[in-house]
Design a protein around this ligand. Structure first.
Ligand code: HEC
Length: 290
């Protein structure tokens, strides 16, 4: 009698944990699982993903590889771990888009491109990862050309996208960055209008070089075609940059320091040595006496 009670309890427990486990498994429809990215992953898509991740994911998932995700049930886990890296790109995309339980759905918050750049960032922690690209056979990939100018009347970077035969490209995605001393600063992400043009506002207070030139990077995507532009435009605030450490050393201040400060500084030094020598002599005397 007692024995059968134990058996029932064990069975019940096994059933419960089986149900819990089944719930843990997050099934992704096959078509979604096999979906491939519309973006070719590179350091720019990783940067884009990193910016979104830091704002919208880090609070729960922590810093990738650090395993410092928030403790909750089910666990968010570290996006650098095998749990993530063993999944297909399509599966990660689907889960970010749809969410489940405490994991929010980002379908309305981010464009498909932004979600793919998150996947690109998650993949950057997997040295073995190689992006699988869709079979592009039969698809015509446009040859894109970028034309960059700056309109100082409206403080805007003007980006025109055409084919190599100068045919206008509407609905091309364009991203622009300023390259600074400490990395890239994104100016934004726009689609070209029917004239093939996208505008980006540049704050004229942004410090440029001595003549106000800024280093600009522009990328465009359309139907797997991409183009990149790196160059200078005169849109910033002319700035004379001093060495970052100039004038910060105490010793370099000696030239500017008033004479009374130098005297007091040196006297303090002499005073401290005096005390040390006095103590040493005192100790020797003490030794002799004893
Ligand atoms: C409020 C906390 C929270 C935020 C914010 C959050 N997540 Fe999650 N995430 C979770 C939890 C909890 C799970 C596990 C859900 C489950 O298994 O049912 C999860 C699961 C996932 C999974 C699937 C992992 C698996 O089990 O296969 C992915 C992918 C993911 N998150 C990516 C992201 C990305 C990218 C962002 C930011 C855009 C994000 N998450 C923001 C809590 C969060």
């Amino acid at each position: 009698m007692k024995n059968s009670k134990v058996v029932w309890t064990i069975l019940l427990f096994a059933c419960c944990s089986a149900i819990a486990m089944a719930q843990e498994k997050w099934l992704v429809p096959e078509a979604n699982n096999d979906m491939l990215s519309i973006l070719i992953f590179d350091e720019d898509t990783q940067l884009e993903g990193k910016l979104i991740y830091t704002r919208s994911c880090r609070s729960c998932h922590g810093d990738p590889t650090k395993k410092d995700f928030t403790i909750m049930s089910p666990s968010p886990g570290d996006v650098a771990s095998d749990l993530y890296q063993d999944q297909t790109d399509g599966s990660l995309f689907y889960k970010i888009q749809k969410g489940r339980g405490p994991m929010p759905s980002f379908e309305n918050a981010f464009s498909e491109e932004e979600i793919w750049s998150l996947v690109s960032y998650i993949r950057s922690f997997n040295p073995e990862y190689q992006q699988k690209l869709p079979n592009l056979e039969g698809i015509e990939i446009p040859n894109l050309t970028l034309h960059i100018s700056y309109d100082e009347n409206i403080d805007k970077l003007v980006v025109k996208v055409t084919s190599d035969s100068l045919e206008v490209m509407a609905d091309a995605s364009v991203k622009a960055y300023i390259q600074g001393m400490f990395g890239k600063y994104p100016l934004g992400s726009e689609m070209t209008n029917e004239l093939g043009i996208a505008y980006f506002h540049i704050d004229s207070k942004i410090p440029g070089d001595t003549e106000g030139y800024l280093d600009i990077l522009v990328k465009t995507y359309k139907d797997y075609g991409t183009a990149k532009y790196a160059g200078k435009i005169q849109a910033g605030n002319p700035t004379i940059r001093k060495s970052a450490i100039e004038g910060r050393h105490l010793w370099s201040a000696a030239k500017k320091a008033p004479i009374w400060m130098i005297i007091i500084f040196n006297m303090m030094g002499i005073g401290i040595w005096g005390v040390i020598i006095y103590v040493i002599f005192g100790l020797r005397k003490f030794k002799k006496l004893s």
